[in-house]
Ligand binder design. Structure first.
Ligand code: ADP
Ligand code: ADP
Length: 229
């Protein structure tokens, strides 16, 4: 089934003389269970595209549908992981409280369920024994693991990731890439990850969509068939 359908998406910042076309006529779909990567040079419009998909920015034109429903506002069953982990976690909350935070507003999830989902998500990202610590007591790579755990604990239909590994050191990046792939295949999650790193896109993706430089438009849609052990 189709998870995400983007059709004729375009976005322009500003108007008149200063108008800047950031995304131009993007059309693609992401199937359920797919790990799709979008790769393109810095400044080509990747973040803008993700903001439009996640409902944070209203696109100038075109349509985005999630599970057949047109996106208008921020959908409940979508989670986003940003590059900048240092600004994404609440410093006054512990790791466990951060991961549980988005679930606190869900009336259908009991306290016990919230707790067990947080524990499970922290295990997925291989973060044992830090639930009681505060983000500032952790390394950057560990903070990004917490951000990923927080997104996964929500069990989103679609996980959007905007350069999630661009701010961590190379060793941590390789670990987190493997971890994402393992969690994704174990849970059959649907992930759309945006990166400027071609190696990363091919290593991670079942599919790689290649964007042109600004304004972003798709120039190739590749199926990757590498052994992923
Ligand atoms: P990428 O994520 O690929 O680096 P962005 O989507 O962040 O690209 O940016 C695409 C283009 O839009 C860039 O030229 C950038 O300067 C411009 N841009 C991004 N955000 C804004 C904004 N809020 N207002 C005006 N221009 C913006
Ligand atoms: P990233 O690509 O890492 O997600 P951003 O989306 O924050 O980075 O910004 C990408 C580019 O867009 C940067 O060059 C930034 O200066 C520019 N930009 C971001 N917000 C604005 C804005 N409100 N007005 C103009 N340019 C912006």
């Amino acid at each position: 089934a189709t998870m995400l359908e983007v059709s004729g998406l375009y976005h322009r910042y500003g108007g008149g003389e200063g108008a800047h076309l950031a995304v131009n006529d993007l059309t693609f779909t992401v199937e359920t269970g797919e790990l799709a990567c979008i790769v393109g040079p810095s400044g080509c419009g990747k973040s803008t595209m993700l903001r439009c998909i996640s409902g944070l920015v209203k696109p100038s034109g075109g349509e985005v549908s999630l599970q057949g429903n047109r996106v208008d506002g921020v959908p409940e069953d979508l989670a986003v992981v940003f590059q900048d982990y240092s600004r994404s976690l609440f410093p006054w909350l512990t790791v466990r409280q951060n991961v549980e935070f988005p679930l606190r507003w869900r009336r259908d999830i009991s306290k016990a369920e919230r707790r067990s989902r947080a524990e499970e998500a922290l295990e997925w990202v291989n973060l044992p024994g830090v639930a009681g610590k505060y983000p500032w007591q952790l390394s950057g790579g560990m903070q990004q693991r917490v951000s990923i755990a927080r997104a996964l604990a929500r069990r989103p239909a679609l996980l959007l990731m905007d350069e999630p590994f661009a701010s961590v050191d190379a060793q941590t990046r390789f670990e987190l890439e493997d971890l994402l792939r393992n969690v994704q295949s174990a849970n059959g999650s649907t992930v759309l990850l945006v990166t400027h790193d071609i190696d990363e896109s091919v290593y991670l993706g079942d599919r790689v969509l290649v964007l042109s430089k600004s304004p972003a438009t798709i120039v190739a849609d590749l199926t990757v068939d590498l052994p992923k052990e």
